[in-house]
Write a protein that binds this ligand. Sequence first.
Ligand code: IYR
Length: 328
Amino acid sequence: MDAYDLITRNASEVVTEDEVRALADDSEGKRAYVGYEPSGVLHIGHMLTANKLIDLQEAGFEVVVLLADVHAYLNGKGTFEEIRQTAERMKAQFIAYGLDESQTEFVLGSEFQLDESYVLDLHALELETTLSRAERAMAEIKSGESVTVAQAVYPIMQALDIVYLDVDLAIGGMEQRKVHMLARDTLPSINEDAPTCMHTPLIADLATGIGKMSSSKGVTISMEDTTEDIEEKVNDAFCPPTADPDPTDDGEARDNPVLQIFEYHVFPRFERVVVERPDKYGGNLEYDDYESLEADLESGELHPLDAKGALAGYLDELIAPGREKIDA
Ligand code: IYR
């Protein structure tokens, strides 16, 4: 796989392709980052962007993980003290998950976001940003119903982080895209370049395939799950024999979350996927890439129950090292 393909594999959106190609052509010393609100326990959503950071490390990037304590506070996630403590735990879980500690810079937001120059630049950007634009940027990030003043400041700070962390590439899930577009539009007003961004897909709700999987509602998978929890959740997951299920009777779009997790979590981390089956059902199936697994599910060669059994095993393997950190 060439550098551009590795950097962009499984991305939903690259802004812009030309800018990422330029980074891929000369990745030496380039820096990429993801910011996370410390929320206690790593879940499958965090793991998806972490997979991208692992790809980027492989492509030669320096990787920065921002533990966004001030952002979590502004988004109403608890007291500063509580948030700080969960940040420490999350860092340990990221390392257990596979981010190379010697190649990853972990930064707490409060280490630089309270500096005078940052605050003055923040106010300069506030002058350039309408309240409605900030509100729109937060649509998929805010906790609670209405948008508070704190939550309107949040995306402007996220834009400024790109400057202060001196990164060449900002990564986030698709729910972060409006914040990044705000950054691209407003940073030039303080004489900074519009940042290059890349967004990872959102996985559908595990039980229904409708909407996006979320840690606050529905079923998610986290490092707190036991082997049995994972088996149960995956076994109950929505998995029709197609990657493109029909919409619901009410017209809501559906995805196949089991296939999505194979595509975005399992294949990027395992070279070969083995689906174990007794000989009387045809024996084991082996896959070197996601597409052949999808094709077998669609043709009926691979039964959804066997696919789920294999998925639970691989997810457990990915989660086990982090789970041990929690238990420790
Ligand atoms: N908005 C993110 C957290 C976050 C991300 C970045 I990139 C920042 O610079 C700051 C905060 C979230 O929703 O978790």
